[in-house]
Ligand binder design. Structure first.
Ligand SMILES: [Zn+2]
Ligand SMILES: [Zn+2]
Length: 498
């Protein structure tokens, strides 16, 4: 049996009312519609392409209604190839494939799909794979989707930023960055850097500023941005949540402390409130030669049988840091925010250990050089005689112990406390401060509402970080009180004379 005859039998058995042209492949007439994604008819003619085995050829155009049909040789030959389309000149025309008088032969459709082509748009495709002569010749609607370029998103981002729609600005800037992996427009990264700095997402902000400077090293603003970057690189991040106890309280040695890396060289530990309801914070600042440690935690009740692995936890952090930075014997300086027992609970674990110095500060301001990292130590008596504030010139963090924190500020020595807060107020007015960090959280996230003393579960606690504005607010409040301190509730803290 010849191939032609076989084809004839196949076709004629499918539907008897149609009488195929004898001796030639039956032509397939195809028509369809092209619409924009919003359903509108595209303005002007749109090229229709047939893509077979990865090779595209133009098959026609839409008419003014956005409709197209592929009907025969005359139209095929009238197409002027578009230079932007990979047109296969060797693609067999229907004339070459068997003397078709009109239409597209079945075999021309195997492995083919139809798409539309319009600059600035991405086309859906319609697979013609198994289409047969007798199928409905309407192949469907091809939708064109606008190509969203990096530039489109960037301009949206800038527009939103100037209108202070920061969330939309960030979303658009991120989309723009995704579409510009080569950083052809580094201003996308500059904008992201600015937006993320505002959000205090310093690490990612710094990455974006670095990209901007690399792509644009001699930009007029490069000097200022380099300076900004140097600051950001030392700034870190605080967690959204700290461990805040549990109900009922179950103290587990492995969960005794939350270890938070604020940045590469700065760690903040929080003790589980189920070990001791005080749930204090412990700070670790790494320099080239020395590690500054502030406080050793609040020990559990002696008869509780609860584990208190403060040294083990700290040494794990110190050993990992040393290994990563190729240091053999860092000296650990164990210091205290003040001498109350809820900050000295682990002292006995550190005293007498190798590479460990138990440090006490003098009564006057001093500096402590950790190696490439200088701390300012400022006595601030009032809560307790040995209270100190510590300012890290690298991260601009100001540690304020139990003197300023989101909680009940217990004042023991009123004149000394007032003088110390005045000193801090002057300091924050004259120095850049990233965060004010104390050693407890007792406030809830509701303004002026604190958790009761001995609370061991604080699901809605205040953030650890306070601001320089909080210190100024406290100073104002003390000035108003004059010589007689009173309990004074503020949004983020409560003045609590004792
Ligand atoms: Zn205290
Ligand atoms: Zn305390």
């Amino acid at each position: 049996m010849s191939l032609l005859l076989a084809g004839f039998l196949l076709l004629s058995s499918a539907q008897s009312s149609v009488s195929p042209m004898q001796g030639a492949p039956r032509p397939v007439y195809l028509h369809g519609k092209v619409r924009l994604a919003d359903g509108k008819v595209p303005a002007g003619r749109v090229v229709i392409e047939r893509v077979c085995s990865g090779v595209a050829r133009q098959d026609g155009y839409t008419d003014s209604q956005g409709d197209f049909s592929i009907q025969g040789n005359s139209q095929l030959s009238s197409i002027v190839p578009d230079a932007s389309v990979n047109v296969d000149k060797s693609f067999p025309t229907s004339q070459q494939t068997g003397g078709l008088q009109a239409g597209v032969a079945d075999r021309d459709l195997v492995g083919c799909e139809i798409r539309a082509s319009l600059p600035g748009y991405v086309s859906d495709t319609i697979n013609l794979g198994f289409r047969r002569v007798l199928d409905n010749p309407f192949i469907g609607t091809i939708y064109l989707h606008p190509v969203a370029t990096a530039e489109t998103y960037f301009y949206n981002a800038v527009a939103n930023y100037s209108q202070k729609n920061l969330k939309a600005a960030e979303d658009n800037a991120r989309e723009a960055a995704k579409r510009d992996p080569q950083h052809l427009n580094p201003k996308i990264n500059l904008l992201l850097g600015v937006l993320l700095t505002d959000k205090k997402e310093f690490k990612e902000a710094a990455e974006n500023l670095r990209i901007y400077l690399q792509a644009n090293p001699s930009a007029p603003d490069a000097g200022a941005i380099r300076q900004q970057l140097a600051t950001l690189e030392n700034w870190g991040t605080l967690p959204a949540d700290w461990i805040h106890g549990s109900d009922p309280c179950v103290a587990k040695a492995e969960n005794a402390f939350q270890i938070h890396a604020y940045n590469e060289n700065t760690y903040i530990l929080r003790e589980d409130k189920c070990i001791n309801y005080e749930g204090p914070f412990v700070y670790l600042f790494f320099g080239e030669d020395k590690v500054f440690m502030q406080d050793t935690g609040a020990a559990p009740r002696a008869d509780s049988g609860i584990a208190f692995p403060i040294r083990e936890t700290v040494m794990k952090v110190v050993d990992e840091w040393s290994k990563k930075h190729g240091k053999k014997s860092l000296e650990l300086l164990v210091t205290h925010s003040h001498t109350h027992g809820d900050h000295t609970g682990g002292d006995s674990q550190f005293a007498g250990q190798p590479n460990t110095t138990m440090m006490k500060f003098g009564a006057t301001d001093s500096t402590l050089d950790l190696g490439g990292r200088i701390l300012d130590i400022m006595p601030i008596p009032g809560h307790e005689a040995a209270s100190v504030a510590v300012y890290d010139r690298n991260t601009k963090l100001l540690l304020t112990g139990d003197t300023v924190y989101p909680g009940r500020l217990y004042v023991r020595d009123w004149p000394a406390f007032k003088a110390s807060i005045e000193k801090l107020a002057i300091f924050v007015r004259t120095h850049e401060v990233s965060h004010v960090l104390g050693t407890h959280i007792e406030m809830s996230n509701k303004p002026g509402v604190d958790y009761a003393v001995r609370t061991t579960y604080q699901p809605e606690e205040h953030t650890l970080e306070m601001t320089p504005a909080n210190i100024l607010e406290l100073y104002e409040a003390l000035l108003k009180m004059g010589d007689t301190p009173v309990r004074d509730v503020h949004k983020d803290f409560i003045v609590y004379p004792r």
